[in-house]
Design a protein around this ligand. Structure first.
Ligand code: NAP
Length: 310
């Protein structure tokens, strides 16, 4: 019987592991792959406070994992298949066994949705990115295409105007989905041109992405855009939504748009069950916020367990 099981070993899960184990909770972290999650795909984490020279995402994750283990957290590479979270004793079934625990923190994150167009896979990390905050700095003075019309696309298009020469926001309809306040910022930003009713059809290049083909879905006209600025390549940032990883939860937790709903203290609708990081509806999808949420969830779990034992 564990005190705390953390499902997911990205920054939120590892931070929860550090805080849980340091509070002397008998803590297990279950991660299906190598610990780190999406941060493993980030070449250089430049915005993590206290590391001014940046750090490879993978190394940062490895150090977080070491830290959690040093405090006594167990980390197992297992895939969670199903859970039973309703009773006081919670059951977690993985591809290798079954565990029982008194509290659970869910940090399985979300995967960015892919567009599925030719060149998207080929130029991933060489022009194509799903994280402007992580990779935007590589596109100084480049022409950048941000695909999508939701909050993420609109926020990141605005962010990229600080770095890029010009930002094209490519949206498949003639109206944005994003919050009105965010839309206003885009409409008032001279560096952003919105390509309405448009879809990205193909990405071409050599070592770097250098050309995109964009189709107007109404006129069917296809236009080619090639790199022009000082920077050699184009930036293509794809924000067409995320797919939260909740399939194994069996509908036991309240979701909003597929994300787990929590209060400000990471509490879900079930007692002793918390969520942190990208899986949370309210989250910001940043390493630094994921880490803070993981710590908060672990402290809440500790409080819950001490109340239980009274
Ligand atoms: P989203 O709200 O699902 O928006 C995805 C956008 O991509 C939509 O505009 C959609 O077009 C477009 N899209 C989807 N599939 C496409 C495809 N195959 N080809 C072209 N375009 C496609 O995703 P999100 O912006 O990542 O936001 C996710 C959640 O996090 C939302 O609930 C959002 O409110 C929240 N969030 C909040 C903040 C904030 O509060 N600051 C920031 C970021 C995210 P249509 O509009 O035509 O469907």
């Amino acid at each position: 019987m564990y005190d705390l099981i953390i499902i997911g070993g990205g920054p939120a899960g590892l931070s929860a592991g550090i805080y849980g184990a340091r509070a002397r909770l008998n803590t297990l972290i279950l991660e299906k792959e190598m610990a780190g999650g999406q941060i493993n795909k980030t070449l250089d984490v430049e915005n993590y406070p206290g590391i001014p020279d940046g750090h490879s995402g993978m190394q940062l994750a490895m150090r977080m994992e070491e830290q959690a283990k040093a405090f006594g957290a167990e980390v197992k590479q297992e895939m969670v298949e199903s859970v039973d979270l309703k009773g006081q004793v919670k059951k977690i079934k993985t591809n290798q066994g079954e565990y029982e625990t008194l509290s659970v923190i869910i940090t399985t994150g979300a995967n960015p949705k892919k567009l599925g167009v030719p060149g998207e896979e080929e130029f991933a990390g060489r022009g194509v990115s799903y994280c402007a905050t992580c990779d935007g700095a590589f596109y100084e003075n480049a022409d950048v295409f941000v695909v999508g019309g939701g909050d993420s696309a609109v926020e990141e298009a605005n962010f990229m105007t600080k770095i890029a020469r010009k930002v094209y926001l490519v949206h498949r309809r003639d109206e944005l989905r994003a919050a009105k306040s965010l839309q206003e910022r885009v409409f008032n930003n001279d560096k952003i041109e919105i390509l309405w009713d448009s879809v990205l059809k193909e990405i071409k290049g050599d070592k770097l992405a250098k050309e995109v083909l964009i189709e107007n879905v109404k006129t069917k006209e296809v236009k080619s855009f090639c790199s022009t600025g000082d920077n050699d390549g184009l930036g293509i940032f794809i924000y067409v939504g995320y797919i939260p990883i909740t399939d194994y939860l069996g509908g036991q937790l309240d979701l909003v748009d597929g994300y787990i709903k929590t209060d400000g203290k990471m509490q879900t609708n079930l007692q002793g069950v918390y969520a942190a990081g990208d899986i949370r509806y309210e989250g910001f999808k940043q390493v630094v916020t994921a880490v803070g949420e993981g710590a908060t969830a672990a402290m809440m779990a500790e409080k819950y367990l001490s109340d239980l034992s009274r």
